[in-house]
Design a protein. Sequence first.
Lengths: 341, 390
Amino acid sequence: MLDSIGVVTLSHGAGGRDMRRLLDTLILPTLSNGQHQSSDAASFDWQQVAGDQRLVFTSDSFTVSPRHFPGGDLGSLAVYGTVNDLATAGATPLYLSCSLIIEEGLPLEELQYLLTSMRRAADASDIAIVTGDTKVVPRGGVDGLFINTAGIGAAARELQLGKTPISEQDRIIVSGPMGDHGVAILCARGDLKLESSVESDCRPIHLYSRALLDACPETRVIRDATRGGVATVISEIVQGSGLGAWLDESSLPVRQGVRSACELLGFDPLWLANEGTFVAVVPERDCESALKALRAFPACKNACAIGGFSPHYPDNVALRTRFGGERSLDVPSGELLPRIC
Amino acid sequence: MNTEVDAEMGNTLKYIDEFREPTLARALLQQIHRDSDALMALRTRPLQIMEVCGGHTHSIFRFGLHELLPDAIELVHGPGCPVCVLPKGVIDDCLILANTPGVIFTSFGDALRVPGSQGSLLNARAKGADVRAVYSPADALAIARDNPEREVVFFGLGFETTLPATAVTLQDAKRDGINNFSVFCNHITIVATIKAILDSPGLRLDGFIGPGHASMIIGTQVFDFVPSRYRLPFVVTGFEPLDILQSVHMIVRQHLHGQARLENQYARVVRENGNTQALQAIGEVFTLRDFFEWRGLGSIDHSGLAIAEAYAGFDAERRFALRKASIADPSACQCGEVLKGAIKPYDCKVFGKQCTPQQPMGALMVSSEGACAAYYQYGQYRKHKQVEHA
């Protein structure tokens, strides 16, 4: 084993022999699928993404607490988060960087576990981890482990995504149930002593977004509904468009476990984070074929149309309730705090 | 919820969905419209019904009930959000406690956002104070047991609904000899508050949707003074849409028949005499204050509770030197008039301008259950629609 002490120490980040050993025996063999380049920067042939394609580049940092939750962990999240940002831009994921900021004292066994999870997630996302960095900070500097990943993908040059403004003839669809990740994390935190069978929807969406774009090349927008949930994403989509959005409450896909937790805690599934469920806007005439393409994947079997757009309340999102009433959906402000009664 | 695609989606939630059944709601609404039309033939002004409890306000907006009622029925959103009515001075005292070295300050989550004169508890936490959101006073006591070298203070607030939990926690703490735990007691009582509203000049209310959760503890009989002395219908009500619609209908029918009675719509939970055990615990641990300062309403006699002498060791007011300073509400705020139903939230001079849920100036914008926050959150779209149609 690496070290008798069994935890990451500051000397693992000091650039000397201990660091080399950590990289060579744990980090590189775990993360790399053979495409890693051992220089300071990875380089690629331009031809690979040239011609009729554009480069897509994104970066994200991951600090989730707890690091392990039903349906995923910090490692898989750090890969899927960035892969999904590429996928929502219509890109095929190609290369990923991985920067670790480790708090001294993190058990090496846990580091190994999380890196293995990253590698597995990268394989599932058809992306190669090709470069990275490792820092170790004193206790209290970070909470256990923070991971930054940056990803490069390639998208077809003729891709229409984002080029046509949304219109009244468009429909809003979601790829699956809402709020699973948010509830899984809340329950995993343990301070609520809530038990739930809900698992995070943490997964790569590049195949789903590809299938959606193939079935409906005129897809207007794809957005992964992470922090702030589906409501926040839709609110951002209408900002500045001159249109407002309406959602049909009775069509919103929500798992029973998520609904129960929300009833108990006073949350709205529309505001809860997702890590695999995404929102797309498609022309109404293509809506059925778009849904059919998505539903071919087991993870998207609950994909459905949830709303559309209206010029009557620009920049706002209205919910059509089951009683026939309508109410405005505001974007949540600050952190979600439970109500007392 | 969507049930077409997957059986796992939106299975009914037992004891909830029965009370949200759209077909029943439509039937009830038809009856309300019919009876309200009949009533309006006998009246010259709309029927103003106050829902006392913030939970009701929340449900009304969440399900869009206010839009479905006839124009002749106006819902007035009462003072029943215990977070909203906390005066600035109390929050300032919380900040003093939270900033005291060695203290872990615990509170229900939504009180953390309430602004005092020096910012909120969330601001204090960002600057380094150990402020933690808990779901019950029992959680706060558990933190005290786990941290014997620290002083743990729980911010006790709420109406009778949250009183028993605080009382039982203090009984536990006393029994187990926990000596690093105290409660900053800002609990309030609903009966004195309703009396104060009824006695305020210029009041035009025509009935009450009574508090369901508080009544579960204190029973229904304590509200008998409303029909007997003030000649107004009082219906103790549950929190689901059908509960609220049924209560509105009961109040309309009382008016139609020229009655003013105490009724219990929430009989599946609320008993006439309340919960005796809970009342005993409350009686042992708390004592009435002569008066309590409310944000938006001013001082109300006998509306607040303090920790009783027998539990003096657990009273944060006695354990720490608190200023208990009274700080006036901003003069532009019209929370008082909104609370009494004299004006609607959007008629207030600062509503949606200087006063928003992000930067609340007045009490009613603070918690999601405050009338102004609810109007702001759920009503913006409607305002747009009205502008559009105007």
